[in-house]
Design a protein around this ligand. Sequence first.
Ligand SMILES: *Cc1c(COP(=O)(O)O)cnc(C)c1O
Length: 340
Amino acid sequence: MKNNNINSLVRENILKLQPYISFRDHNEFNEPVFLDANESPFGEFNRYPDSTQKKLKNKLADLKNVSPSQIAIGNGSDELIDLIIKVFCEPKKDAILMMNPSFAMYAFYATINENKVLKLDLDENFDIVKDDFLNIIQQPLKVFFLCSPNNPTGNSTDDIEFYLQNFNGIVVVDEAYIEFSGKKSSLELLDQYPNLIVLQTFSKAWGVAGARVGIAYASEEIISLINTVKAPYNVNSLSQELILNTIEEENRLTNNVENILTERAWLEEQFENIGCISKVFPTDANFFLIKMEQVERVYEKMLKEEILTSRRDPAIPGCIRINIGNRQENEKLINLLKTT
Ligand SMILES: *Cc1c(COP(=O)(O)O)cnc(C)c1O
């Protein structure tokens, strides 16, 4: 970014907005009597959750080697996508940029906020064409959602710094699948690029999608803006506790990732002998994008056997996105495809 002034990108009403501060969460007490929030005095989950998510942020700060003030926690990274758009994009005026194809939720939240969505078409290998990028950013844009590894294509983007340097706005690197990729996280670029936001999630490699917890890492300045617009109690106490326990569980993440990578290699081998498959795109994620000879027929046949996959045709012609399951699930898939 040529202009390092983040405030110049922020919506005026958000810059002026006073965050809702929960007094109890921002002060220390010894034996407090809580008569301040109209809760019930009875029961185990009678209290509102910690609005500052202090324990979880401290734990994540240790894990990722950043400061707790560089962390915002969302009810899924979905919520953070929504909040980022709300902080920077003036309704009916500003626009976002996303890759095409990519994760549909960027356009979804931008559209709800009445922002224009510009799509950067990827090449036949689903890579960004740098010249096309330089061309499209001639237009005024506030936020670029760079999904790497990308959903639904599975490939990663090289040279993230090129986009951080050239985009005159916020670059959100969505790393929902980074743990499966063996690639370096862009977290290490945070100190160099004030316009960078890194999104990660507990929904994929960590295996706790039900808890709905996603994380944004950025400069203290950006994080403070995200925290200003979030609902104070956006992450419930059960989820905060569950995530803390999940992180503390030894080898949870590495075991999950190892298992998926083993299954990924196994599936890739199996796919080679299946007639209805015409192309398996290379993947850095926990899913495959696969081109089928007769996509409609294959998809319907899987569905009939109650194997649910994500049909991408016609947006990506002939393609289905298929998740990597456990061995039993993967065998069921392969056996069916062999007879299709
Ligand atoms: C699954 C996914 C997410 C995660 O969303 P959560 O709300 O955290 O479950 C984020 N970005 C992409 C690209 C995804 O595919």
